[in-house]
Design a protein. Structure first.
Length: 213
């Protein structure tokens, strides 16, 4: 008869073999961060700063696009976790309507997605679900002329359009006075939650949104 201690060890070894080394390690990594930060990039600002008019993103009239979905801790965040997995071309093509740059999709997987504990396909499915869970206020879905708006008002409009978001769960990022990103904090189930202490507004009182081209 197998002794109880040896029996327990055997069960653990068999369970680990059954789930597979990669799958088990991914599940462990998935518990090593506290929440997600969804970064919504104002595409006209990106294009104004990079001047890459020949790229897919800047050749089309995008407004808010998905920059990324980043695993976060209450302080700091994991980044550039080791992985040998690559993003399949089919996954990249599927993401282009909301992340309109092949290079961005690949970069986001290497820099952030690999730290999520998910495989590439599951991670980008999660990015898409997070992006589509947020309702963009109507007046920011397409702007024909530059728009100057009070930063607090912009946040209120996002909160009103998405009742689950609270004031401590959203932050604005600017380059000078121009809006770059709206960042929204989500739990691992993609429900809004408060951001960690190092996620802050980095805009002045008034922010300017460049027009959609």
């Amino acid at each position: 008869m197998i002794a109880p201690a040896r029996f327990r060890i055997t069960i653990v070894v068999l369970a680990f073999m059954a789930c597979g080394l990669v799958a088990c390690s991914r599940r462990a990594e998935a518990d090593s961060f506290d929440y997600y930060l969804l970064s919504l990039s104002w595409s006209p600002e990106f294009c104004a700063e990079t001047l890459r008019d020949n790229e897919l993103q800047c050749a089309r009239p995008y407004a808010f696009v998905a920059h990324g979905l980043w695993p976060q801790n209450e302080r700091g965040y994991p980044r550039d976790c080791q992985t040998r997995e690559r993003v399949e071309n089919a996954t990249i093509d599927h993401m282009l309507p909301i992340m309109p740059s092949r290079g961005l999709v690949i970069h986001e997987w290497r820099a952030h997605g690999a730290c999520s504990g998910l495989g590439a396909d599951e991670y980008f499915s999660t990015v898409e679900r997070a992006y589509r869970s947020i309702r963009i206020p109507e007046r920011y879905q397409g702007i024909g002329d530059s728009l100057s708006v009070d930063g607090a008002q912009l946040k209120r409009e996002f909160i009103e359009a998405n009742p689950g978001i609270q004031s401590g769960g959203i932050a604005l990022q600017c380059s000078g006075r121009y809006l770059q990103e709206v960042r929204i904090c989500l739990d691992k189930r993609l429900s809004p939650r408060a951001c960690g202490g190092d996620v802050r507004d980095r805009c002045g009182d008034q922010v300017v949104l460049r027009p959609v081209r």
